[in-house]
Design a protein around this ligand. Sequence first.
Ligand SMILES: [Zn+2]
Ligand SMILES: [Zn+2]
Length: 299
Amino acid sequence: MTQDSEAIVGAGLKPAPTWDLKIERCKVLAERYPFAREILDFYLKLLTFQKGLYEEVKGNKAAFTIEKVGHPPQADDVPLLKKGLKALLPHSPSLLSIAREGPPLLAAIAKEVSSWGQTAWEAAIEDYQRSAYRAQPLFFFSRVLLQPYLQCAIEEVGAYCNTPLRTKKDDHAQRADTPVETRCPFCGHRPQAGCLRPMDNASQRFLICSFCHGEWPYQRLSCSNCTESDKTKLSYIVAEGWPAVRLDTCETCGQYIKTIDLGKDPEAVPVVDELATIPLDVWAREKGYEKLELNLVGI
Ligand SMILES: [Zn+2]
Ligand SMILES: [Zn+2]
């Protein structure tokens, strides 16, 4: 963890894992899970590309306007995201050439957008804000470009993280001081996955942002989408052969999310393990559940 990252840990919030941690875990899981090898090899290329962007932004913050920002980009801050995207667009040809070698859907879109100018990219950002992105993998490209930018911006304005999270004081069945914030307190986006971190004699549940990969504490028995806390509506399913990965499903909103138990696999890097465990997504969709947030490879 860098000194910058340490500075922003507060109120139980955790910054994104380093790019190197994600890269190393991706290599380990590509060896372990042959069925996910192709997807993980593709993700490895994306992570390596993103690490390069991160280092460039970090090394020249003024050119990327991060010093003038004063707060992390929020989900509804379109002008700011556009500004970041504008600074990063010169890297889009490299990203498009990676995507052309990726899953067929992304390869087809990469071909389509290769002639885009800035206006078209900005329109993609606005589509994302309108939440139309979930049905269109187009936003994949701006998410890959903006993730490293967001991480630098968040590290730069760590004081923001002292903002208290919303808590659920009226629910006596659960610890009243544990937050139920379903949006990332760093950047306002929805969770990609969850994790359980061993603490003292129990473990604390965290949610992990789909955009900046930051973590925030969350109630153990509560849907990470609709905050349902009726135990009869929530299921926690562990499949045979995947002891450290759990599917959290909710009958009220029909969504699911994966939770990685770091007590059972301390080496896991949740956003990478989430992406590698594809058979669990297949199972959940067959049962009629919808994933709360698609990952970078569109699963
Ligand atoms: Zn975030
Ligand atoms: Zn729900």
